[in-house]
Design a protein around this ligand. Sequence first.
Ligand code: ZN
Ligand code: ZN
Length: 932
Amino acid sequence: MPHELPKAYEPGAIETSWAEYWVQEKLFHVETPAPGDPRPVFTLLLPPPNVTGRLHMGHMLNQTQMDIIVRWHRMRGNVALWLPGTDHAGIATQMMVERQLASEGKKRLELGREKFIERVWEWKRHYGGAILDQMKRLGASVDWGREYFTMDDNLSHAVKEVFVRLYEDGLIYRGKYIVNWCSDCGTAISDLEVKHEDVAGKLYEIRYPVVGGVSGRDEFITVATTRPETMLGDTAVAVNPTDERYTHLHGKHVMLPLMNREIPIIADELAQPEFGTGAVKVTPAHDPNDFEAGLRHNLPQIEVIDEHAKMNANAGPYARLDRFAARARVVEDLSAQGFLLGTRDYTIALGKCDRSGTIVEPRLSTQWFVKIAPLAKRAIEAVEKGYIRFTPENYGQIYLNWMHNIHDWCISRQLWWGHRIPAWYCTNDECKDVVVAREAPAACKCGSTKLEQDTDVLDTWFSSGLLPFTTLGWPEATRDLEVFYPNSLMITGFDILFFWVARMIMLGCWFMMPPHKPGKCLATVAVLGEDALRASVPFREVYIHALVRDADRQKMSKTKGNVLDPIEVIGKYGTDATRFTLAAMAAPGTDIAFSESRTAGYRNFANKIWNAARFMFMNVDRIEPGLRPASVGVGDSSAQSAGIAGFNVRTLEDRWILSRFNRAAKDVNESLHAYRFDEAANRIYDFFWGDFCDWYIELIKPRLNFEEGADTAYAKIACSNLVNLFDASLRLLHPVMPFITEEIWHALYDGKPPLKSISLASYPAAEEEQIDLSAETEIAILQDLIVSVRNLRADLKVEPKVKVPIEVFAHEPGIRKMLEKNLGAVLLDRPANVEKITFAERSLANLPGARSTSRFDVHAIYEKKIDVAAERERLTKELERIEKQLVSAEARLGDEQFLRKAPPHVVEGLRKQVEEATILRNKNLAKLKELG
Ligand SMILES: [Zn+2]
Ligand SMILES: [Zn+2]
């Protein structure tokens, strides 16, 4: 497109076409660098959204931050790889397809495993890409050529390899264990998938008769439980060995009420004398602690609740009842038979399935586990030694606390959709061997060829925990692994710190440590070396971002109906404005209270830039059509371009804007290094809107405005500076607002840019030599003066067209000289609409209606009676403000602790503030006195 931008900024129109262009042109595809390639490498893995997912605000924040960082690194000359993909999401996807089947009147079990899995793949082909299409709309600069799906053949192969290796190392075992059972999902779920909720419940006290009584009299032991139906599976009552109340009962038995089964009284630490009666019932098949106690005492494990949360045959007369119906019946019967001693209200921390909300039942079942301690040990060491750095820092400690208390990981799930466990069971009753293998074994060692594969699949997090290396070709020793592993960074939310981040660290430090030979992985870090550990981590840094809440700081939830759909917000304000909002509000450690009014504000920001560009093009086309940027941000993309090389400094405002630009570039780069997205965004905003659009463009307008037939050399320089500055500013903004910057950048080059995209141009770095302190000070004074005069005019209600002469008193000769130098239309007269400036020899502070700063006094020569009351009010308000400022600055200067910690320039700044405020206060006081 030639220097032409549509009159109105319409984000919808430009954003979709650029998003498509980026994908079609494969702009973000990364070829693996060859050996000897000097370019630095930056790698980032997209936390894979569920294939069933739809984009929500959390994704949008996550992806905005990743995209900013990746675009920034790419523009700084890095080989920047951002790897996208989706997760097969075992439970979620299976449920989705089951629901689809149900609507056709079909059932999963009727269909059979093979047919069902075919259906899931079919579903995935139709609907699986939705979230990725949404990502494209966000402009996420991922390498679509490397997109993965966790069920792809190569990734599935790697999952199998990991399972077999861990098994061979003795780190995977199969055993009966108490798991969290969700009867709705029909599977075991991990501790992390159980959400605890305090609810009002009941505590039932039940007395068990001691068999044979004591010295001929009836005796009872009283136990308490919140789940009375589990008593049907009791196999003991425990008392503490030190509890003297029960010493005489050691070795005796009680009669289990309702079941009429004799069960032993055992002495075990499970019972704590200070709780209740000090005696507890023991149900090894339905409680994790009882399970452990049962193993210690060799107790039978009697299951009474089945996988559908119904009582089974072992529950005798209660068989086939739902667990809660059974509870009611048990309580009723206990009461009728005189065994129920009492019922109390009691708060229960009820465990519910995170997915279905069903109350989780602790249930005995045979599952596969990872023996986690050896893996955790390395993962702890890697973080403690600083090989992985967390931002914000406190998450490192949270991670370590969790890791130190970690339990073995139950990795089997009773689902069909997922990575099927590579274990086969011999059906020969004499043998019953288990074979774990990479390929289906032809025969068992007993000779039988009748082998059946385990029907379970692996926990989804088992495969996603491997992604940092399996997506790069592991278990082959690929060039990709050499170049891109460890990843540089992981950006994610706190909610999956344990689910995913911790497991990636454990698995990475395990499998990426040499030697990768079976049985050798158990070698300690001491043997393998620190360097090996450092090289094995999945990523060098982890940045944990906040949550996005609604404008009232409420968590978004479907039940509250306050969920914001990012695609809708984008439709209203544009992707750029939405991205900018999320970045500008992302202060570390605080959640984002997303407010659409902020987004509307950033849309205005984009609009301001748009209009500034149109103004520039209008002038360029008039003064020097065909003018283009000096393209300094292009070409040598291996280095950042410092400063603005094509900029021709002629005037004070040129020196000033160049200095401001470099300072902004310096700050923005530093902020991005520290993941301070908020600081970076706000800094760019202040520069682009304030310094550039509001001031610089205003200040140079007179240079662009020349008489017919006049020499245009001066205007041409101004134009060229404007174009080069605009180009550099667009590059500075690009990572946060990729679309509008791409659009204007192409227009800057008349539709024939030197590169396919601004995203391939270089990112501005600060050029220290272009920072000009004196220019900044001088312009600051001029800005003060212009603002003062504008305020004066407003107070005097001067018509906008009327020019007014002013009188100025400068406190220092240097300031007067500077003001004199900048007189004339260029810097002062026009912006302040001043007719003529005269200099006073003494202070004007006491003149009615005069304005003062610590550097000058100014008043307008304009016939109008001053409203004394209004003037007094204004001065009093001003005085209050100054006093407040003084008090706060003095308080800080009086704070020893602050003085010790604060950098010298901050302290110096405060001293200066006090000095200036004191001058101003005295002026104000004098003036008030004058007014009487
Ligand atoms: Zn569930
Ligand atoms: Zn066998």
